[in-house]
Design a protein around this ligand. Sequence first.
Ligand code: ZN
Length: 318
Amino acid sequence: MPRRTLAQKFETKNIYSFAKRIFHHRSFFVKLFSTSNQVGNRKSMDKHRLLGIFAHPDDESFGPGGTLAKYARQDAEVHVCIVTDGAAGEVDPTYLDQSGVSNLAELRAAELACACQALHATCHSLGYGDSGMGGTARNGNQHNLHEVDLDEVAHDIAALIQKLCPEVIITHGPNGDYFHPDHIKVHQAVMRALTFEDVRNLESLRVYYSAIPYSQMKWGIRLLRLLRKDPTKFGENGDVDLTRVGTPNDEITVRLDVGPYFEIKRAASACHVSQGGGGGFDARWIPDYVIRRLSRYEYFVQVFPELSESKVSLFGEA
Ligand SMILES: [Zn+2]
């Protein structure tokens, strides 16, 4: 299969036709998927601009969804770039039929559109193949993100960064949050893009990865054990070992109170029905007040420019 041009990767025609069927509202769609070239010069902007770069549809909501919702409501312009089509994994064929789509990639694009509407974010898709978790059959497919040349991905990401000129970028951590190969690749691609002069010289650019501090992770693991759940087999597929996840507390740069935006994060997460729809928020065995308490803060580590002291805002100086 020939390599696609960048223009083809930003092509949203397929998503467009599907979203039109789903939402029956053209103006909403145009707003959500706008790929106009009117942006690019930060000096002409009067709004803060934030870009989240994530591997799969749902990472934007299950991860720092509260932060995206918060800044969008505080009048920042929020963009979400999803690097893969999210087509790894299984879905009930009946559910595909009911949704009026022919494959999982179309379904996940529609779920993402729903989540971005809830968050008030503009979506961008790079359309690489989803590699699935490490050690699964999809890993070796040459079109999947894990197998694609890092520079190719980095150049695609750099082109979007240069087009949008964000002040803040949020992405995955170096260990892929929970060692997911696509998350790791996206982190590496963002860091590689930062070595390109045109990107690293953008005015006031700050790059963060979202993190869970060890203290909170330990609290969560203790709770799971109390509830007789195995923290080493967490998640929809039981393939996440929470005892290996987390960031030392003293490495956290920003702790954001996103409590007031919990319901928005929950609504955005609920759009991802094919992925369980809850991101952990609908776990009936955890009391709602505990879920709210665990979700009250979202945490970030600043990786560019490097910064060791803490601060109170992603946009703020130290
Ligand atoms: Zn993911």
